[in-house]
Design a protein around this ligand. Structure first.
Ligand code: IPE
Ligand code: IPE
Ligand code: MG
Length: 249
């Protein structure tokens, strides 16, 4: 412990995290973007892009298991995506149901626990039932924690946390960061070490606004349906070359 760290801990302050060179990101978040462009380039319907996207998700989860990732949170459908043409939204809901039935049980056999974050009240009853069933049947799995953000918006999540604080009658003097963090959709979800966004777009699009405060951001040009182990390894290598400072020196 150096003298500055010792002084700070003597004064009861949190020690500054010193230079950190993490080799493996234990917790990763991905904005899976580019399905529409992938389909358009092939003159295929947009739904074909979303189907190809589910195959990329499976490859990526399997690669993440092999690379020792513990938690993976993927953005599947935002609160704003309801504004897309209704035939695309219907196709997406159908593809989510198919994915839960066909792809995710195989991943469950490999030890993947799947949970969903986001609003539940606007999903179709069939999708909601599939979500709840999958969460129940994978609850004891420990190899990789998969979080699927569906009907998810970072602002909506913080608004809901604020509403719950008021409903619970919490004293304003007791409202601190932990009071908010513990009322998010999944308080037990680790904050991402690394966020990857595919398809070359350089924005967050309302994903994990609270949790990304000190996350390392990596943007790649690959369209999501073309993403896989190689691109995940490259993003992890980029992460390993970063220096996380958390506001310190
Ligand atoms: C991401 O791919 C999937 C969802 C948002 C559901 P897009 O459908 O946004 O793909 P682009 O951005 O149009 O290429
Ligand atoms: C973000 O992608 C949402 C998901 C990947 C599910 P969008 O394609 O909806 O975001 P914008 O419209 O480019 O910001
Ligand atoms: Mg997009």
């Amino acid at each position: 412990m150096n003298i500055l760290t010792r002084l700070r801990s003597l004064r009861g302050l949190t020690p500054i995290r010193e230079r950190q060179l993490p080799d493996v990101a234990r917790s990763i978040a991905i904005i899976m973007d580019g399905n529409g462009r992938w389909a358009r380039r092939r003159r295929l319907p947009v739904a074909a892009g979303h189907r190809a996207g589910t195959r990329a998700l499976r490859r990526t989860v399997e690669a993440a298991i092999d690379l020792g990732v513990e938690s993976l949170c993927v953005y599947a459908f935002s609160t704003e995506n309801w504004s897309r043409p209704s035939d695309e939204v219907d196709a997406l809901i159908e593809i989510f149901i198919e994915t839960i039935e066909r792809e995710l049980p195989d991943l469950a056999r490999e030890g993947v626990r799947t949970r969903f974050i986001g609003r539940r009240d606007r999903a179709t009853p069939e999708l909601r039932a599939k979500i709840e069933r999958l969460e129940g049947t994978t609850a004891a799995n420990e190899r990789l924690q998969l979080w699927i953000a569906f009907d998810y918006g970072g602002r909506a999540e913080i608004v809901e946390a604020a509403r719950r604080l008021v409903e619970e009658g919490v004293d304003p003097r007791d409202i601190d960061e932990n009071a908010i963090a513990s009322r998010l959709y999944a308080p037990e979800m680790p904050e991402p070490d690394l966020l990857i966004r595919t398809s070359g777009e350089l924005r967050i699009s309302n994903f994990l606004l609270w949790q990304l405060a000190y996350t390392e951001l990596v943007f790649v040009d690959t369209l999501w349906p073309d993403f896989g182990e190689r691109q995940l390894r490259e993003a992890l290598a980029e992460y390993a070359s970063r220096r996380r400072r958390y506001g310190g020196r």
